[in-house]
Design a protein around this ligand. Sequence first.
Ligand SMILES: *Cc1c(COP(=O)(O)O)cnc(C)c1O
Length: 407
Amino acid sequence: MRKVYFDHSATTPVRPEVVDEVCTSLKENFGNPTSLHYFGRQVRKDVEAAREKVAAAIGAIPNEIVFTSGGTESDNMAIHGVAMSNKNKGNHIITSAVEHHAVMNTVKALGKEGFTITILPVDKYGMVSVNDVVAAITDKTILITIMHANNEVGTIMPIQEIAKLAYARGIFMHTDAVQSFGKIPVNVNELGVDLLTISAHKIYGPKGVGALYIRKGTRWKQSLFHGGAQERLRRAGTENVPGITGLGKAAELAMADLPKETEYLKTLRDRLIRQVTTKIDRVKLTGHPDKRLPNHASFTFEFIEGESMLLSLDMKGIAASSGSACTSGSLEPSHVLLAMGIPHEIAHGSIRITLGRDNTMEDIDYFLEVMPPIVDRLRAMSPLDQETEFASNGGCDACKSSGSCKS
Ligand SMILES: *Cc1c(COP(=O)(O)O)cnc(C)c1O
């Protein structure tokens, strides 16, 4: 059966050039980069070469790059580090309602430790309003953390404007650029941010490695971990050298291919969105129509469970994902879709198609061929399709019984 991978926001296949880089590192250079002898020095060179590549890809200087275990650690490290080292200036942190859990749960944890948190709402496209940021800033604000592009709906946030405000008020600005890096230009100086998160496995690199950009002069606490002096005291622990060299290679390739790849992905995405929204009824694009990632399409289908669509697609060899975490186990629907004002019974019917460099127009056409009959079949089976009382009844049975996701 044909296999089509449409879940590049979850992770990407590793590019062959990156595999080679990682293998070379594993096979030939095993030294500890902190060691002073020949073996150590060779590996140190590889790590620093990777640092230069990552720095160049985002317009940073190499010393501003700290290698981490991925996007989650970078987000934790950025937020925790700024909060802890600026406590004497204030205790207020601003974020948005649509952040990745790596940001959202870190900020919430700080809320339990005496920090005051403002979670900004978003509009129907999943966009934060710059005016809301202005209104939320107080004398106590020390950090604004808002993602560059949303993983569930692809919306690109006005980071440049928000960072300008933060700068004028002496507030540190962090952005999670895990989804945008490698797909649209990400330059720390153009964006004007102080801290920025990236992850290798979202850009055709290996899992378990990422980086945090920390602008020179940023008041930021030392390592989250207690340990050695690695990464200039910013991240203790022996470096994940194969991962780091893989990240360097992936970043370098991403930059070289960016303009061409963006155009290519947009062509696929635009055809997909146009055809899905015309061929199938009661379907809506979620996220911003133009200010969205070039590889990202996400929809809600009325009266169908996202999970049923995913299983049916999987049987046809298509790997997509749901913007919703509401499985049969009665979990809440996506916090992102709910924050956008999408009623929760509609939010249950969401799917996300995220394209990558290996996808072709044939993949899109295959999807367009198999999807309409799946939707017809599921709607015919759906009790929801007949039950127009559904919304006023308070949602699906699973949610009602758990009481977990009343909208
Ligand atoms: C995937 C992702 C992360 C987490 O990165 P990991 O390297 O998997 O820890 C953080 N933020 C966003 C927006 C992501 O898409």
